[in-house]
Design a protein around this ligand. Structure first.
Ligand SMILES: NC(=O)c1ccc[n+]([C@@H]2O[C@H](COP(=O)([O-])OP(=O)(O)OC[C@H]3O[C@@H](n4cnc5c(N)ncnc54)[C@H](O)[C@@H]3O)[C@@H](O)[C@H]2O)c1
Length: 303
């Protein structure tokens, strides 16, 4: 597999998962437009790619507004001549329970993740369609968007919304040969480093040691590099037939997520009145679980 001659944009790629994606895409031969709000990390990311013999440039601007999306596409075209791959990875968290979540907490997270994905994909897909490039769009979701998570109203809305948009865009861009997929990553980064449940894994990683198999295998929790291979694969010609999917990746684990399907279909001729529901709802209803379920941490991994 080679991405030689291809050009990619990775949003939020100054550090963490985005940096690993940018480095992997470059290592596979793509020229990369790095993006971040943090100028120093963006410059370091470009330098790290160039040090490996790759090609990269940086756009320091906040993802969300249309102007940034336009600037990203324009930079790819002006600097490297075209655009083939977009990874919408930039993200922030403003976690708190619903009754404490401010308008600003909600709007900030929706603005970067959901609006940022919308504006960047709109700009990239329009360019790819107009130039007949069978592009690759990879949007980043989260287990929280798939299952819900305590304290993450804003983030759950954004990430579930991203997967909803991915399904829609896969339909709309199919004729143009552009694939659109969601990747649902899990990895040790600044975003997850403070979660007590993952402490033993983060500790091992920081010490340069392999993470315990319980995390890598059972939880699908590993390093950013463990996620990057899937990004490069989906960006390649080999994945031309993969579109509209949500694919989970982390540690040693890969998961193909289902899309929501009705689990029960019941009919009541003439419609479901309150009386009909009172009489029959209990016979047909099957409750669906919410939230992620983690196994108990083995004693030696508790911190
Ligand atoms: N780490 C995980 O386990 C995990 C799990 C599920 C989803 N994700 C998603 O993966 C993505 C990357 O997460 P991470 O863990 O590497 O986080 P991170 O905080 O380490 O990195 C995010 C990067 O995005 C940048 N950024 C923030 N706002 C931006 C904006 N408006 N425009 C451009 N850049 C911006 C930050 O400066 C930072 O460099 C996010 O979308 C996150 O929601 C991460």
């Amino acid at each position: 597999m080679s991405l030689e001659g291809k050009v990619a944009i990775v949003t939020g790629s100054g550090r963490g998962l985005g940096l690993a994606y940018a480095q992997e895409l470059a290592q596979q031969g793509a020229a990369v437009v790095v993006n971040d709000v943090d100028a120093a990390t963006a410059a370091e990311a470009v330098a790290s790619i160039e040090a490996l013999g790759g090609k990269a440039t940086a756009v320091v601007a906040p993802v969300g507004p249309t102007e940034t999306a336009t600037q990203l596409v324009q930079t790819a075209v002006d600097t490297f001549g075209r655009l083939d791959i977009l990874v919408t990875n930039a993200g922030v968290l403003r976690d708190t329970v619903l009754w404490k979540m401010s308008d600003d907490d909600f709007d900030t997270v929706i603005g970067v993740h959901l609006r940022g994905t919308f504006t960047c994909v709109r700009a990239a897909a329009t360019y790819m369609k107009d130039n007949e490039i069978p592009g690759r769009i990879i949007a980043i979701g989260s287990p929280t968007g798939q299952r819900g998570n305590f304290g993450q109203t804003n983030y759950a809305a954004a990430k579930a919304g991203i997967v909803g948009m991915v399904r829609t865009w896969a339909l709309e861009l199919k004729r143009a040969g552009i694939t659109v997929n969601a990747v649902i990553p899990v990895a040790a980064t600044a975003m997850t480093a403070t979660v007590p449940y993952f402490a033993a894994a983060v500790e091992a990683d920081a010490a340069g040691e392999p993470m315990p198999p319980f995390f890598r295998h059972d939880l699908g929790f590993g390093t950013s590099d463990d996620v990057a291979g899937l990004i490069a694969y989906l960006a390649s010609d080999a994945a031309a037939s993969v579109t509209g999917q949500a694919i989970g990746i982390g540690g040693d684990r890969l998961q193909v997520w289902s899309h929501p399907e009705p689990v029960v279909t019941a009919y009541h001729e003439g419609g479901w009145s309150v009386e009909a529901l009172e009489a029959e709802f209990g016979d047909v209803f099957v409750a669906q679980s919410v939230g992620e379920r983690f196994p108990a941490l083995p004693e030696e991994l508790q911190r």
